[in-house]
Design a protein around this ligand. Structure first.
Ligand SMILES: [Zn+2]
Length: 270
């Protein structure tokens, strides 16, 4: 065991309609989900996963799909301060993917090496029109990352001892999950391959929220299969293959940490 610990960092939050993230279920129900990053340390290395949403993507208090949101640089600095870390101490930033709400504050981490999938870089360089319409990628990231210390990886790689990146396309071409070896087993940080737990666990009926309340939710019918896609799956064939992979790698539900999961707020893992 490499003995990493994982601390979720809250970089803000967005209110979404549940049917946007668990398609067709609980139509009209509003849920507040966090913009998350993760601080990872093994006592020597200080690693960050994702850098949150840039404030320019929140206009008049509204972000993606016109939904109420808060976030930006101040939230990232506060979240890091909460774990006693300043940006210059971060030596590596790993990206679940390069969407604007996961790579929006990378400019804060000038001393770090920035690690992402080659396929994700290519999608950022040449997004489909649908991705442009939605504003998924912030293309000012291209010159910024070119100026920074960056590392492109292709496929699965153990990037540090006890930290393994696995490519899980579907939400984006270069989405990746991170397997983290801890004293409490191997955790999987899913990014937006799995936005929230009820996507990967369709039989769930109770869902812990950021404010500590428990929401009663509708389980998916059995014939829906192993997962409930969100409205943000771009390649369904790739996404289901990624889901099968994730399910095979995660021993218990507690070891899966989705990219916008409210129930992980305020906790530490490992
Ligand atoms: Zn995304």
């Amino acid at each position: 065991m490499a003995g990493w610990t994982i601390t979720p960092l809250v970089y803000g939050a967005i209110e979404v309609k549940k049917e946007q993230i668990t398609t067709g279920l609980d139509v009209g129900l509003a849920v507040k989900v966090p913009y998350l990053g993760f601080y990872l340390t093994n006592g020597r290395r200080k690693v960050l996963c994702d850098t949150g949403i840039n404030a320019k993507y929140i206009v008049d208090g509204k972000a993606w799909a016109g939904m109420p949101a808060e976030g930006g640089e101040r939230h990232v600095l506060d979240a890091l301060a909460h774990v006693g870390v300043v940006p210059d101490e971060i030596d590596m930033v790993l990206y679940s993917h390069l969407h604007n709400d996961h790579a929006g504050n990378s400019h804060l981490f000038e001393k770090a090496v920035h690690v992402f999938q080659d396929a994700e870089w290519k999608e950022l360089l040449d997004p489909l029109p649908s991705m442009m319409i939605r504003g998924d990628f912030d293309q000012s990231l291209i010159p910024m990352l070119k100026d920074m210390n960056r590392q492109r990886v292709a496929g699965d790689v153990e990037i540090l001892e006890g930290l393994k990146l696995i490519q899980t396309p579907g939400h984006t071409a270069g989405s990746q999950c991170l397997l983290v070896d801890t004293r409490d087993g191997v955790y999987l940080l899913a990014g937006d391959t799995v936005h929230v737990a009820p996507i990967a666990y369709p039989r769930m009926t109770r869902w812990l929220q950021m404010d500590g309340s428990v929401l009663e939710i509708t389980p998916a019918p059995g014939h829906w299969g192993p997962a409930v896609p969100s409205s943000l799956v771009y390649d369904h064939y790739a996404w289901y293959r990624s889901i099968y992979r994730i399910h095979a790698l995660v021993r218990e539900p507690k070891h899966l940490i989705p990219g916008h999961e409210p129930s992980v707020v305020g906790r530490t893992f490992g």
